[in-house]
Design a protein. Structure first.
Length: 654
């Protein structure tokens, strides 16, 4: 009897070690396979002794069997991962098909309610059983007519509801079939579907020159000449790039220096371009001593233990804002809520004012370094009511690779942001010198000024202003978008929405935050705020290991799609499912490696806190028509209308 081959567990691939049935069962299976191969080899040797050596084709066949057996430990997990990627792509296509069928068969419920309202006087004269039977019979007879009316042929030529005035939108009926089909198509046929295909068939995609030049010019980033573009869509490659900042560098520095020029440089004029690190923010710095000095200083001001405080401030502001809205709209009917305008932005303004110590909206007065806005009084303050200054700077720094359209707007907004922050720093320092109560303030700006007074290196006014600009720009637009995208994902998935609402209603506040944060993190996996992180290759390098290693020449702009990596079966199991039990390492919302988001812990506290008062209050659904979809004219969600039926009003609805 053949003895089993000794196969140590250390030779097993990582996929086997994490399999649900355990590595021991797989080890036993491989040992049995080795025993079978050994017995087969012994039988072949005995046959050769009796009949002589086999012909060449038989030798080649056995050689192929031997090679296949040697490759099985790596081939099986790779095949399993490919099948999982195929299933994830199929799940996206299936959801698209279901969405189109659902919109095609949808019947407007307002038609049934209106019919019941017309028959109410007749129904009151009948018994409850007879009334119910009559309503069911009428609904069945009128169902085809209601379906035809729901197609909306009379509304096909009407303008898009998103362009109508707010009061008209409140009174309009639901959209016709064609707009609803278009919304369903646009909801599912997105960049993420394309990434799913690439992850399956071409995980490393080199874009042709004519194609990548549509996204970025070779000289869009001074000092970082771009000679090619590579898209990476699998988890191992994305993490490999983000974990090697010495090879794959950040390229935001030149633009950050451009928008952060000093207010009062020598000679009284602004310096048009500074090749040094002066004016650079943390995310634009390479692995240098100045980077570690600045990040250490900011961690003394933005403390990790402040997450609980930020959660309390955000939830308190959201609760009070929502309560005012409910009181102002009366006690009957559902509450109509424009999520970013009426809830998210007020809560974030309250958070930034109380925690950062920076009142919003920003006010720019005096010398702003630029011409005043058209139609404004040069002697009056300019006010960034819609936070467009911050949005324009963020767009130029991180989103617009070419920079052609966003640069003029950013250079118009940057001097105003600089003036507003510099004036605030000076006034706060003066207040701390004269007012004992101001000296006891514990917001971020006050902490920074106390560090400045103690002589901490890197806490001068200019460096402080630059770092506060980076944190402020990175706070508003990303958090507005992320909060709205979380709600959008939850509304698309009724079970996920019910799970989030159950978490929000947990009587234990700590458990509420933990459970709701898990729902938020999983929802952001389906719609992350920043789906891609790009790096510039400063020297000839590679990605991958072993036989899967591929060369990357210097000057390549590597697009590391973290949105795709979070759906790779090599990282997460059942990526197509909404699950809240995933480990924290499965998420790449805030980046990875040295340049991951410095305020990630604040984001994970603030987003659930803003949504908790809304989720616990009652039933939620989208508003009718395009108003119930996220409206994003630029890079920030500006409108997203929801209907909230608070608990206690359900019985009053027809």
């Amino acid at each position: 009897m053949a003895m089993p081959l000794p196969l140590p567990a250390s030779l097993l691939p990582a996929w086997f070690a994490s399999a649900p049935h355990g590595p021991q069962a797989l080890l036993s299976w491989l040992q049995a396979l080795g025993s079978w191969a050994l017995a087969l080899g012994q039988g072949l040797l005995a046959a050769m002794q009796r009949n002589g050596p086999p012909p060449l084709p038989v030798w080649l066949l056995w050689f192929g069997v031997l090679v296949l057996a040697m490759q099985l430990p790596g081939l099986i997990p790779r095949t399993g991962q490919q099948l999982a990627r195929l299933r994830e792509l199929a799940s996206r296509l299936w959801r698209l098909l279901l969405a189109l069928v659902r919109e095609l068969l949808w019947v407007d419920p307002t038609l049934r309610r209106a019919r019941h309202q017309r028959w109410r006087p007749v129904d009151e004269e009948d018994s409850p059983l007879g009334r119910s039977l009559r309503q069911v019979l009428l609904d069945l007879i009128a169902l085809p007519l209601d379906w035809v009316a729901s197609l909306g042929p009379q509304r096909l030529l009407r303008p898009d509801p998103a362009t109508e005035e707010k009061e008209q939108r409140r009174l309009r009926s639901s959209a016709a079939l064609l707009p609803r089909l278009r919304w369903a198509w646009e909801r599912h046929v997105t960049l993420y579907l394309g990434l799913s295909v690439l992850r399956l068939v071409q995980p490393r995609l080199w874009l042709p020159g004519a194609l990548w030049r549509r996204f970025v010019h070779a000289d869009s980033y001074p000092g970082f000449p771009i000679r090619g573009m590579l898209w990476l869509t699998r988890n191992a490659d994305v993490r490999d790039v983000l974990e090697r900042p010495e090879t794959f560098e950040v390229i935001y520095g030149p633009r950050m220096q451009e928008v952060s020029q000093p207010l009062d440089p020598p000679g009284g004029e602004e310096v048009p371009g500074d090749p040094s690190e002066e004016g650079n923010f943390l995310l634009g710095m390479q692995d240098t001593p100045r980077y570690w000095r600045d990040i250490s200083n900011m961690r003394l001001a933005f403390r990790r233990e402040d997450a609980a405080l930020c959660r309390q401030l955000s939830e308190r502001a959201a609760e009070s804002t929502l309560q005012r809205l409910i009181s102002s709209q009366g006690q009957s009917g559902p509450l109509r809520l424009d999520l970013p305008v009426q809830l998210v932005v007020p809560a974030l303004e309250a958070l930034v004012g109380a925690y950062f110590g920076i009142p919003l909206p920003l006010r720019c007065g005096g010398r702003s370094g630029s011409d005043p806005a058209p139609g404004s009084d040069p002697g009056e303050d300019e006010v960034d009511v819609q936070h467009l200054w911050l949005e324009d700077v963020f767009d130029y720094l991180f989103y617009d690779l070419k920079g052609e359209s966003s640069r003029p707007r950013a250079l118009h907004a940057a001097p105003r942001v600089r003036t507003a922050l510099q004036r605030l720093i000076r006034s706060r320092r003066q207040a701390m010198e004269n007012d004992p109560a101001a000296r006891e303030a514990d917001d971020v700006l006050s902490r920074c000024l106390r560090l400045q007074r103690s002589g901490t290196p890197g806490m001068d006014d200019e460096t402080l202003r630059i770092n506060l600009t980076g944190f402020l720009v990175g706070a508003m637009t990303p958090l507005i978008n992320a909060t709205c995208q979380v709600m959008d994902v939850l509304l698309e998935r009724p079970r996920a929405l019910a799970l989030a609402q159950a978490a929000a209603r947990d009587p234990d506040p700590d458990q509420t935050h933990v459970r709701l944060r898990a729902c938020v993190m999983e929802a952001l996996r389906f719609s992350p705020g920043d789906p891609v992180i790009y790096r510039w290759t400063c020297r000839d390098s590679w990605v991958g290991e072993g036989s899967r290693r591929r060369a990357i020449p210097r000057g390549t702009l590597v697009m590391a799609w973290n949105a795709s990596a979070m759906f790779d079966p090599a990282l997460v199991s059942a990526p197509w499912a909404f699950r809240t039990d995933r480990p924290a390492g499965a998420y790449l919302h805030w980046g990875h490696g040295q340049h991951s988001c410095a305020g990630a812990y604040i984001n994970m506290a603030v987003i659930p806190a803003i949504l908790a008062p809304l989720l616990r209050r009652g039933r939620l659904r989208r508003a009718e028509g395009s108003a119930g979809r996220m409206h994003k004219p630029g890079i920030t969600v500006r409108h997203f209308e929801l209907l909230l039926l608070p608990i206690g009003r359900e019985r009053t609805q027809p």
